[in-house]
Design a protein. Structure first.
Length: 95
């Protein structure tokens, strides 16, 4: 008897690909792509097949030539980190 249900290969294509767009704010640990050979990791991005954010910030893309074949151009996904909040100024001591 054949197995019914589950995730077929037809619908699996919908879950792959780019999950964010340029200029979008992401949190640390957010998934940026799934199963993508088109995109490579850049600044503040980690992972191999699935790329995810290492820091909170804004997503931007850059292009870079391949080191092996100069005709290949890779798209890098980078994250511009959010600036940390300034510590509040201490109140003046009054005696």
């Amino acid at each position: 008897m054949a197995k019914h249900g589950g995730l077929s290969h037809i619908h699996y294509r919908e879950t792959r690909g780019l999950k964010v767009s340029a200029g979008q704010f992401v949190r640390s640990g957010s998934i940026l792509t799934r199963q993508g050979d088109k995109w490579k990791k850049g600044l503040n991005v980690a992972g191999e097949g699935t790329l995810f954010a290492k820091a909170d910030g804004t997503v931007y893309f850059t292009k870079k030539r391949s080191a092996y074949r100069k005709s290949n151009i890779h798209t890098l996904i980078n994250i511009k980190p959010e600036k940390p909040a300034k510590p509040s100024s201490k109140a003046k001591k009054t005696k």
